[in-house]
Design a protein around this ligand. Structure first.
Ligand code: BGC
Length: 762
């Protein structure tokens, strides 16, 4: 009888769990947190919502610092940007041994493109178009960060941006929602793996939600305003893709949307994120995002803190608005206890999922910190990945690759600049470790060729500009001699050389946060250096460092070869040598359009047609949509990038001229490597919806495949298209496909494409 009862109870529990849709793990977590929260005071609940920054804690000081005191009082839910397993263990010890309820803390960091081993800046990573490599970079970052005590990263940043003036375009994946969504999912998977409770996976935080990349005039933190149709179709998809991939947390952005700062925007934080997308994790503000709402004009700290909680924000980064004002707001009935409880529960759930209640020190294994960070294997992967991110923009007369013999002059302010190789947001990198271009060329050449080096110019003639552009230890060791002396030294070695490699462009901190530019050309003094180098008559190869699309019209017209290397990470110097000497064939393709000049901005491939489009092949027609002084063409289109070989495309073959709601259409092309060396090609698929209830872009990326082909090799590449690929948000914000004609395009960039047509019958 007893046994029967037990079995019956088991069956009933099983059935009720199934009915509620909850797994037994979810029930266990709920019960655990229920019990814990019953013991918590209001102050302790608010403590969980508090996320201070902790950069200044020294090992051994944790217990005595101000932060230590707050942790002991249960007023801190987590800390971020604290580096080293010893420090993290020390502060965690205070939390779990000296606070009343012994709740472990969560440790976050901006692990943006690698930890100590760094990979290309995200804009560079997004030019790889190989999701396995993107995921691998995040996996290695998670492995290293978790070995050093970190269990939460403020990445991926998936803000779509079409404005290269905005410095943070460097931190995202460019201009396209489809590519951005694929990358968002791959990054989340790389960080979180399939099991967040493992000690080598970390929780991901997608940011900056939402539309941060559409800041007016490209000026950081500026207002964003756009139609809902544009929002849903062109800006929101990558955040949603991260949510669909199971991202554990979301960061609110600094900007306003529809006149309400994102941090207090209920439409974004609750209606879209939770109700429409079903997000189950927690939302953290950006750095002092709550406090900044006072300057936005939303009210004092108490008011803006209550607005944030009411909107659906759970954790307060740095500003302590929640910690210091929510109690009063509760008394005044401006917020409810239930809202505080929900936020507290979500933060505790994250800790539970990470396994911190089981073992608060699970990411604090000193042995792992010694053996799993900056390993030869990780560095090897970073070198390969860096080379894949480089985009060959021009290569007249096959100047590249160059031979490993003769005399090579390496010139430019970015040539011997190891502190700049990692690019912006490389919080955990040891600045002494990255490989400069100079070092990379030396490593590759050994004694086979003579390598001469000179700086040639400073980053900029203006020393104050250079100061602003070399913060956070990313010095370029400004040369105090006169510009003329520095130039003449370079020309002397240039004249002795067979080939000149000019390492020029932006410094690492000329892009990134609060690094917007109104002029997106290479600084003038470097252009002058380049012009002087070209006058020597020697072949000049521009190795371009940049964190944004630049306006390179003059360079494109005058320099025979341009290799865009972004900021490739710790191993970039070796990777650059690999590509310059042809040991690796470049295969990166642009994820953001390069304009001819800044006046064309915003310029992006998936624009609308307008009612007065410019005629095919024309660059000016009166009463058409164009400029008087520049054609509508970009300098380099989205999806563009050259190789040391060439590829040809056959015409498109469609499996059928029509498709219905239940069918899959296949579109194939045969791609042939028509050159002399093995190379990788990104085969890109675009679709245009020709007629609809709303207007559609002239083309939209819907698929891509990266393939490697030997010289002379051909391969059939097939894409499947279903009705889901043809859906869009209509003016009622319904995700629908509409019957009618569609164009299909396949090719190696968004401009040079084969074309076909099919019909959707519904
Ligand atoms: C940035 C975020 C970053 C945070 C924490 C902010 O200023 O906007 O991207 O994650 O700081 O360092």
């Amino acid at each position: 009888m007893k046994l029967f009862k037990q079995v019956l109870t088991g069956v009933i529990i099983f059935i009720s769990l199934q009915a509620s849709g909850q797994s037994s793990d979810a029930v266990k977590m709920k019960n655990f947190i229920d019990v814990l929260m019953k013991k918590m005071t209001l102050e302790e609940k608010l403590g969980q919502l508090n996320l201070p920054v902790s950069g200044d804690i020294l090992t051994g000081q944790a217990a005595n610092s101000d932060i230590g005191k707050k942790i002991r009082e249960g007023k801190v839910g987590g800390l971020f940007n604290i580096k080293s397993v010893e420090k993290i263990r020390a502060v965690q010890k205070v939390a779990v041994e000296e606070s009343r309820l012994k709740i472990p803390m969560i440790f976050g960091m901006d692990v943006i493109h690698g930890y100590q081993t760094t990979f290309p800046i995200p804009l560079g990573m997004s030019c790889i178009w190989d999701m396995n490599l993107v995921e691998k970079s995040a996996r290695i970052a998670a492995q290293e960060a978790s070995a050093d005590g970190i269990c939460w990263t403020f990445s991926p940043m998936v803000d779509i941006s079409r404005d290269p003036r905005w410095g943070r375009i460097s931190e995202g994946n460019g201009e396209d929602a489809y590519l951005g969504s694929r990358i968002a999912a791959a990054m989340v998977k790389g960080y979180q793996g399939n099991d967040l409770s493992k000690n080598n996976t970390i929780m991901s935080c997608v940011k900056h939600y939402a539309m941060y990349g559409a800041a007016e005039a490209g000026r950081d933190y500026n207002t964003t305003d756009m139609s809902r149709v544009r929002m849903y179709n062109e800006y929101l998809p990558p955040y949603k893709a991260a949510v669909d991939a199971g991202v554990g947390s979301v960061m609110a952005s600094f900007n306003e949307v529809d006149g309400i700062p994102a941090t207090a925007n209920k439409f974004l934080m609750t209606d879209v994120l939770r109700t429409q997308w079903g997000f189950k994790g927690f939302v953290v503000t950006d750095y002092t995002g709550i406090n900044e709402m006072t300057d936005h004009g939303m009210g004092d700290l108490q008011l803006v803190s209550s607005l944030a909680l009411n909107a659906g924000v759970d954790m307060d980064m740095v500003g302590e608005g929640f910690l210091t004002t929510l109690q009063k707001s509760l008394q005044e009935k401006k917020v409810t206890l239930q809202q505080i409880d929900i936020a507290c529960r979500l933060v505790l759930e994250a800790k539970y999922k990470l396994g911190l209640f089981e073992d608060p020190y699970k990411y604090c294994d000193v042995q792992r910190a010694k053996t799993e960070i900056f390993t030869p294997a990780n560095r090897k992967a970073a070198r390969e990945i860096a080379a894949e991110s480089f985009v060959l923009l021009k290569n007249a007369n096959n100047v590249l690759p160059i031979k490993k013999n003769g005399t090579i002059a390496l010139i430019g302010p970015l040539a011997d600049a190891k502190e700049n190789m990692s690019g912006t947001w490389s919080v955990a990198t040891d600045m002494s470790t990255p490989i400069s271009v100079l070092q990379g060329l030396k490593n590759a050449l050994g004694n086979n060729a003579k390598l001469l080096y000179a700086k040639g110019s400073n980053l900029d003639a203006d020393s104050l500009f250079e100061e602003r552009a070399t913060l956070f230890g990313k010095t370029l060791h400004r040369d105090k001699r006169t510009d003329e002396v520095i130039l003449q030294e370079a020309l002397a070695i240039a004249n002795q050389s067979d080939v000149i490699v000019a390492a020029l462009g932006e410094s690492a901190e000329m892009s990134g946060e609060s690094a917007s530019r109104s002029d997106i050309t290479i600084p003038k003094i470097q252009q002058e250096l380049l012009a002087s180098l070209l006058k020597t008559g020697k072949p000049v190869i521009l190795v371009l460092f940049t964190g944004r699309p630049l306006a390179l019209k003059w360079e494109n017209d005058n320099v025979p070869a341009i290799l865009n290397v972004w900021f490739g990470g710790t191993e970039a110097g070796d990777a650059i040598a690999d590509v310059l000497f042809g040991d690796v064939n470049p295969s990166g393709k642009l994820s953001a359009t390069f304009p001819q000049n800044v006046g064309q901005v915003p310029i992006f491939y998936n624009h609308k047609n307008t009612g007065r489009p410019l005629g095919e092949g024309k660059w000016f027609q009166k009463f058409r949509s164009n400029y008087l002084d520049v054609s509508n063409d970009p300098l380099y289109p989205f999806g563009y990038g050259l190789s040391y070989t060439t590829f040809s495309y056959s015409d498109i073959k469609l499996s059928s001229p029509t498709i219905n709601a239940n069918q899959t259409l296949t579109a194939s092309v045969t791609v042939t490597n028509t050159g002399n060396v093995t190379g990788k090609e990104v085969v890109e698929l675009y679709i245009r919806d020709l007629i609809g209830s709303t207007t559609h872009p002239v083309k939209e990326l819907k698929g891509f495949q990266k393939v490697e082909l030997k010289a002379g090799e051909s391969r059939k590449i097939t894409f499947s298209i279903s009705v889901n690929d043809l859906k869009f948000y209509n003016s009622d914000l319904k995700f629908v496909a509409e019957p009618g004609d569609f164009k299909i395009f396949i090719g190696g960039n968004s401009r040079d494409l084969k074309e076909g047509q099919f019909k959707l019958v519904l």
